[in-house]
Design a protein around this ligand. Structure first.
Ligand SMILES: Cc1cc2nc3c(=O)[nH]c(=O)nc-3n(C[C@H](O)[C@H](O)[C@H](O)COP(=O)(O)OP(=O)(O)OC[C@H]3O[C@@H](n4cnc5c(N)ncnc54)[C@H](O)[C@@H]3O)c2cc1C
Length: 408
């Protein structure tokens, strides 16, 4: 048996038995980008928690399984540093984004964001998702209560705790259940939220390229009639590698295109880096959005894509999820250090109130932007271009958008 004392000397009922029942403060279900990040934050402050994920660490960092890249805002990078998980892996592999150019295909108008207008720091960083996962896994690797290749086989709420039965035979009694299993979160059903969703009938195609000209740490987003095309700088000795996220109608068959055909289509859409060469597998992801009317219930909160999902047009989904995890971690740590219940209704409600102020406007704005840029009407084309020109010429407005993108 292990027993924990809180820093104030309160003897907590945080008893972990070596055999079957684990009595703990927090149960995190889902150890992905957001659940794993929460685990790293709790571990840093020695808050006892259990993390459960059916995935294996090997698959989580397999470059072939998920080739997505994540644009991490400067604000999120600072959260990673605070949790001590930026070094050494992300420091080595995350490529700074110094400039972002947004334009409509064929238009001369664009909005150009340059980090120097706001700060000497980059606007953000890009790295393959596997490096974020590796950093998180490295941080949690010695924690014997992070159970991978393990799932929940039962869950039940009681007044003072949540009881979970795991596929490895362990039983967990936790004060707080955190649902972090992504968009299809099964434990979300326990709080029965209303889901407002939209299917965009689009998929995001992801592939990595090498190109003739260096990217100079620029990220580009080009709106085309079929959907947005984003090209994002990746770490490479000569700065000649990028990742693309290209949104196309769901029925688009890019699997049937040869590399030559796809490369020439990319060069036509994006003629700025010279010849391009595909250097990865191709991945595709269906696109939809949803928001919920609640993200907390009795002894339970939702974080990350379990709580909200959006189109990758603005590269904000997981950045929003990391802010969920950060706010939640702060509240859990405060309660724990003050000898208070980390699963209290007061904590869950306060988390929900605070996060909804960030989640709701961002999910709505991203949905609106997605629809605005999917409309082929000539009038909207004109309005969008006038908007780009206007934002580009009004420094306070430009700085406002930069701050949003940088998560500041
Ligand atoms: C093409 C594309 C590009 C994107 N680019 C960006 C970007 O640049 N910037 C950005 O901010 N966001 C981006 N996003 C969004 C981002 O990928 C998601 O917001 C992020 O993956 C959400 O992380 P998560 O941990 O909440 O969920 P997930 O990443 O889905 O992780 C969920 C975890 O839960 C586990 N799990 C699943 N089921 C169970 C279960 N039953 N029990 C226990 N565990 C379970 C899974 O194994 C996984 O480890 C992009 C999305 C797409 C599709």
């Amino acid at each position: 048996m292990w027993e924990f004392e809180s820093p104030r000397g309160h003897h907590r009922k945080v008893v972990m038995s070596a055999d079957k029942i684990i009595k703990i403060e927090v149960l995190i279900v889902g150890g992905g980008l957001v659940g794993g990040f929460l685990g790293a934050q709790l571990q840093q402050k020695k808050i006892p928690f259990v993390l459960v994920d059916p995935g294996s660490p090997e698959n989580m960092i397999d470059a072939v399984k998920d080739g997505r890249t994540t644009a991490v805002s400067l604000g999120s990078k600072r959260l990673f540093e605070k949790a001590n998980i930026w070094n050494p892996c992300l420091k080595e592999y995350a490529e700074p984004i110094n400039n972002i150019r947004v334009l409509e295909k064929g238009s001369v108008w664009s909005v150009d964001f340059d980090h120097k207008e706001l700060s000497s720091d980059p606007m953000g960083y890009i790295a393959e998702n596997m490096y974020f996962r590796k950093s998180i896994l490295d941080c949690l690797k010695d924690n014997s209560h992070c159970f991978y290749e393990t799932s929940l086989t039962g869950i039940k709420k009681h007044d003072g705790y949540v009881e979970a039965i795991l596929s490895n035979g362990k039983v967990v009694h936790a004060k707080l259940l955190v649902s972090a299993e992504g968009r299809k979160s099964p434990t979300r059903d326990l709080i029965a939220p209303q889901i407002m969703s939209r299917n965009y009938a689009q998929k995001a195609l992801v592939v990595h390229l090498e190109h003739e000209e260096p990217h100079n740490n620029h990220a580009w987003e080009i709106f085309t009639v079929e959907g947005p095309f984003a090209i994002l700088p990746l770490r490479h000795l000569e700065g000649k590698k990028s990742g693309i996220v290209w949104c196309k109608p769901s029925n688009h068959q890019w699997e049937t295109q040869t590399d030559d055909e796809l490369q020439s289509e990319i060069e036509k859409t994006f003629p700025y880096y010279g010849k391009v060469k595909i250097v990865s597998k191709r991945w595709s992801f269906p696109l939809s959005t949803f928001e919920l009317n609640k993200i907390s219930g009795h002894r339970q909160v939702l974080i990350g894509d379990a709580a909200h999902a959006m189109h990758p047009i603005a590269g904000q989904g997981v950045n929003l999820g990391w802010r969920d995890a950060d706010v939640l971690a702060t509240k859990i740590i405060t309660n724990y250090e003050n000898g208070l219940d980390v699963g209290s209704d007061m904590l869950c409600k306060a988390y929900e109130r605070e996060r909804m102020r960030d989640i709701k406007p961002l999910v709505k704005a991203t949905d609106l932007m997605t629809q605005l840029f999917s409309d082929e009407s000539k009038i909207l084309y004109g309005i969008r271009n006038a908007g780009f020109a206007f934002v580009n010429r009004v420094p306070p407005l430009k700085r406002f958008f930069m701050k949003q993108a940088m998560g500041l």
